[in-house]
Design a protein. Structure first.
Lengths: 135, 191
């Protein structure tokens, strides 16, 4: 049984939308596909500034997967900015930093959840289940 | 309270499940003109080769995650993602080489490149490349130029090694599919 078949029971089609914020193309493709498989309509941008701009254009998302290290505007700045803008979406920080102080700084910027890269099906499911319970 | 759910599966055993080769008619030719036995042999060769990649540390559990995301609606997902990785990383390695050749090496910039390479290699499960990046970053932090140059060589070596392995893997898969077989799913049977 493929992952998409196994996960069809948790079909979230139309219920949850997501924004992937990551400058690495490989991560973008993987996260985009992971979300697609869960039936989550998602948009992909390449840095924090683009994430802020897409919200300024009026778009809203249930879930934001925020990478930490990005050019132009990084994940910490972008998270702070979005929270200042009043965005209450679930923001899950995704990073390859394992040092606790760096993790703490990111979390304190306004994250709802934090996961270490690389993201897996299991990690993403745990993030999504939090959104469902929030609602 | 936020928790990090980072987990590294320790791969100890493998089981390949394949139920599409019928052992009862080994001598009957299929449409492609290959016997059931030949397809079976190809499958075994693919499984053994894939196993060796894990045993030798070239790949880790993250690669299995990628394979799980491949299905009938995205039949080339793994090849596409891996190809993207090699394209992007080749450029990163060139940037790294240039950065280390500068009169005044900007170690922060070098570190940023290595960090990116570490991230993308770990997202496709290229464990040895990722590990080489970890060592590289230590030398960046120390601003040790000689150490960095050695690490760059090491990273390049691991990069080309795993690229070669992937090319072989995808060729074996292609041949198997062309012969009428399907790619067996690898399972981790113990963590």
């Amino acid at each position: 049984m493929s992952t998409s078949q196994a996960l069809s029971v948790t079909s979230l089609k139309g219920e949850v939308t997501a924004l992937v914020v990551d400058d690495d193309k490989v991560s973008q493709v993987i996260h985009h596909h992971l979300l697609n498989i869960l039936g989550i309509e998602n948009h992909v941008v390449g840095n924090g500034k683009e994430a802020v701009e897409i919200h300024l254009s009026g778009k809203k998302f249930n879930l934001i997967l925020m990478d930490r290290d990005m050019p132009v505007m990084n994940g910490i700045e972008a998270t702070k900015k979005l929270r200042d803008m009043g965005i209450r979406s679930t923001i899950a920080g995704v990073s390859s930093h394992s040092v606790s102080q760096e993790r703490q700084a990111f979390i304190e910027a306004g994250l709802d959840d934090y996961h270490e890269k690389p993201l897996s099906v299991a990690k993403l499911l745990s993030v999504v289940s939090k959104i469902m319970h929030k609602a | 309270m936020l928790e990090s759910l980072f987990s590294t599966p320790k791969i100890c055993q493998f089981k390949a499940t394949s139920s599409f080769v019928t052992p009862h008619t080994p001598l009957s030719l299929n449409r492609q003109g290959t016997t059931g036995m030949e397809v079976g042999q190809m499958q075994r060769r693919l499984v053994e080769f894939t196993k060796s990649l894990f045993m030798e540390g070239f790949l880790d559990g993250q690669f299995l995650q990628l394979q799980q995301l491949q299905d009938e609606s995205n039949p080339d997902f793994v090849v596409e993602v891996v190809s993207l990785f090699f394209q992007d990383s080749e450029k990163l390695l060139n940037d790294l080489t240039l950065a280390l050749e500068q009169q005044n090496v900007d170690f922060k910039r070098v570190d940023a490149h290595v960090h990116q390479l570490k991230g993308s290699s770990s997202s496709i499960g290229a464990q040895r490349v990722k590990n080489a990046c970890v060592v590289f970053r230590n030398f960046c932090e120390e601003q040790n130029l000689e150490g960095c140059m050695r690490c760059l060589q090491q990273v390049k070596q691991e990069f080309y090694l795993v690229k070669n392995k992937f090319e072989t893997l995808f060729t074996l898969e292609q041949q198997l599919v062309a012969a009428g077989g399907s790619i067996p799913t690898m399972e981790i049977t113990s963590f």
